[in-house]
Design a protein around this ligand. Structure first.
Ligand code: IFM
Length: 457
C-alpha cells in the first residue's frame, strides 16, 4: 500500500559548482565561488571546486549510474559563467554544449531533467559591476535564463529559477561565509534580496517566453519547518504562526514568509516590514507584480526544523532539542516530521503543487573492507522522512516529487569535502564512484513507488 501517486517523481539532485569541476576549462568564466575558494581560510582545508567530482568530464558515467538507480528525474543546476563567461553578452558554445549533452544523455537514459538556473555560482564579472546589489542584476539574470531556455527548452520541461534565496543572500552577503564573502549592512542585504526576487520574477517571464513548448516553472527556497510539539490544536496553531512570522533578530532573514509571500502574494509580510523597519528594500512600481509572476510549482529544500508549543495566549515557544537528540555528522537534528509539517503548512498557505527539491543528510561514510559503502543511517533517515512525506500526501498535500540531496558526494561549500551527502560515494583521489547501500535501497524504493518504505513495519 502506498500513498505516493503513480505520477510521483523520484529523483536526486546536485549542483554545478559542487560537482562539475573544470573550473577553468573550455571558456568558462570565473564565478564568485572560484574567487572565494582562493581566499586563504575561507574554505575548510583550503578545498576548492576546481575539480570537484569531475562531472564535467564524467557526465556519461554519472548518467549511467542514474540509470542503474532507476532515477526518474535529476535536478541539476547550470553554471551561469560557463554559459555566459562575462555574465551577459557572448555565449560560450562549449559551456552550453556541455548542458546540451547532459540533457540528451539524461533523456536517453529515461531520466527527466529538472534544471535550476542559479545555484550560487554568480559570474564574477557581474559581481565586479555590483552583483545582486545592482538592480540591473534582475535583467542580467533574465537574459541568461532566455539564453539557456532557447538552447535547452526543446527538451527541458521543468525549470527552477533560484536555489535557496535565503542562503545566498544571508550567508553570502551578511555573514560572509559563502560567496561573495561580503558582510554588508541589513539595508544592503535586503536590497540584494529584493533584486534576487525581481530576477526570479523576470526569469519566470523569460522562461515562459523562450520555451518552445509547454513548460513548468518554479523555484527552490529552503525552509525550516516548525513542528508542533503535540497534535493539540493550540500547538498546531502556534507552529503555524511561527512558521509564517518574521521574528526579531538574527533569524529574521531565515523566515519563510519574507521570501515566499512576495512570490505568491505580491507583497512583503507586514511583520517583516515592521521588523526590518528602515532597512526594508526600496520597491519600485511594478516590482511586486513581477516578483509574483505565477508559478506552476514550488520546490522546498528541507533538512531540519524546530519544535514549538503554545505558550501564554497561544504564542509559539520554541522547545529545545531533547538531550542526546539524533543528529547527522553535520550536527543537523534528525527531524522526519519536517517533511510532514513543512509541506502541509506551505500547501495550506500558498496552495501550489510542491516538490521536495532537496532532502538528505551528511554521514560518516567510507569504503569498507568488503569494498562496499554501508550507510544504514542514510537509509533510516530517508525512510523516516519519506514516510512523513507520504503522510502529508495522504492528508491531501499535493506533493509531486522528491529529490534526494545528493546524487553523489560533493563540494559542500565552506565545508569543502568534509561532509558526504551522496547516494554515491566519491573517492576524490581517484574519482572512483561506489554506490552506497542507500543507493541500491533507494533504487528499490523508486521501483516500488514507495512500497519498500513499509517493509517490515
Ligand atoms: O549542499 C547544499 C546545497 O547546495 C544547498 N542545500 C543544502 C545542501 C546541504 O548543505
Amino acid at each position: 500500500m502506498t500513498h505516493f501517486p503513480p505520477s510521483f517523481v523520484w529523483g536526486a539532485a546536485a549542483a554545478s559548482y559542487q560537482i562539475e569541476g573544470a573550473a577553468y576549462e573550455d571558456g568558462k568564466g570565473l564565478s564568485i565561488w572560484d574567487m572565494l575558494c582562493r581566499k586563504p581560510g575561507a574554505i575548510w582545508e583550503g578545498h576548492t571546486g576546481d575539480l570537484a567530482c569531475d562531472h564535467y568530464h564524467r557526465c556519461a558515467e554519472d548518467v549511467a549510474l542514474m540509470r542503474q538507480l532507476g532515477l526518474q528525474a535529476y535536478r541539476f543546476s547550470i553554471s551561469w559563467p560557463r554559459v555566459l563567461p562575462e555574465g551577459t553578452g557572448k555565449v560560450n558554445p562549449s559551456g552550453l554544449g556541455f548542458y546540451d549533452r547532459l540533457v540528451d544523455s539524461l533523456l536517453e537514459a529515461g531520466v527527466a531533467p529538472y534544471a535550476t538556473l542559479f545555484h550560487w555560482d554568480f559570474p564574477y564579472a557581474l559581481y565586479c559591476k555590483g552583483g545582486w546589489l545592482n538592480r540591473d542584476s534582475a535583467d542580467w539574470f533574465a537574459n541568461y535564463a532566455r539564453v539557456v531556455v532557447e538552447a535547452l527548452g526543446d527538451r527541458v520541461r521543468d525549470w527552477m529559477t533560484l536555489n535557496e534565496i535565503q542562503v545566498f543572500v544571508g550567508m553570502g552577503h551578511l555573514d560572509g561565509e559563502h560567496a561573495p564573502g561580503d558582510k554588508l549592512g541589513m539595508p544592503e542585504v535586503l536590497r540584494v534580496g529584493h533584486h534576487a526576487l525581481l530576477a526570479h520574477g523576470k526569469a519566470v517571464q523569460a522562461i515562459r517566453a523562450a520555451s518552445p513548448g509547454p513548460c513548468r516553472v518554479g523555484w527552490a527556497p529552503t525552509i525550516f519547518p516548525l513542528i508542533p510539539m503535540t497534535k493539540s490544536p493550540e500547538d498546531v496553531a502556534a507552529a503555524r504562526l511561527a512558521m509564517f512570522s518574521v521574528p526579531e533578530g538574527d533569524y529574521a532573514l531565515w523566515s519563510s514568509s519574507w521570501w515566499l509571500d512576495p512570490v505568491f502574494f505580491g507583497r512583503y509580510p507586514e511583520d517583516g516590514l515592521r521588523v526590518f523597519a528602515s532597512a526594508a528594500p526600496p520597491v519600485e512600481s511594478g516590482d511586486m507584480e513581477t516578483i509574483a509572476e505565477p508559478l506552476d510549482f514550488c520546490g522546498f529544500n528541507i533538512y531540519q526544523g524546530r519544535r514549538v508549543q503554545a505558550g501564554p495566549e497561544g504564542y509559539p515557544v520554541v522547545v529545545p532539542h531533547a538531550t542526546g537528540y539524533a543528529k547527522t555528522s553535520y550536527d543537523w537534528a534528525v527531524m522526519p516530521e519536517t517533511l510532514y509539517w513543512g509541506p502541509r503548512f506551505m500547501y495550506e498557505r500558498y496552495g501550489v503543487p510542491l516538490f521536495i527539491t532537496e532532502n538528505g543528510l551528511a554521514n560518516a561514510d567510507w569504503i569498507s573492507l568488503d569494498g562496499a559503502v554501508h550507510d544504514p543511517q542514510r537509509i533510516d533517515f530517508t525512510r523516516r522522512y519519506l514516510l512523513a512525506l507520504e503522510r502529508a500526501i495522504a492528508d491531501g498535500v499535493d506533493v509531486r516529487g522528491y529529490f534526494h540531496w545528493s546524487l553523489m558526494d560533493n563540494f559542500e561549500w565552506a565545508q569543502g569535502y568534509r561532509e558526504r551527502f551522496g547516494l554515491i560515494f566519491v573517492d576524490y583521489a581517484t574519482q572512483q564512484r561506489v554506490l552506497k547501500d542507500s543507493a541500491t535501497w533507494y533504487r528499490d524504493v523508486i521501483a516500488s513507488n514507495g512500497v519498500k518504505l513499509h517493509e517490515g513495519l
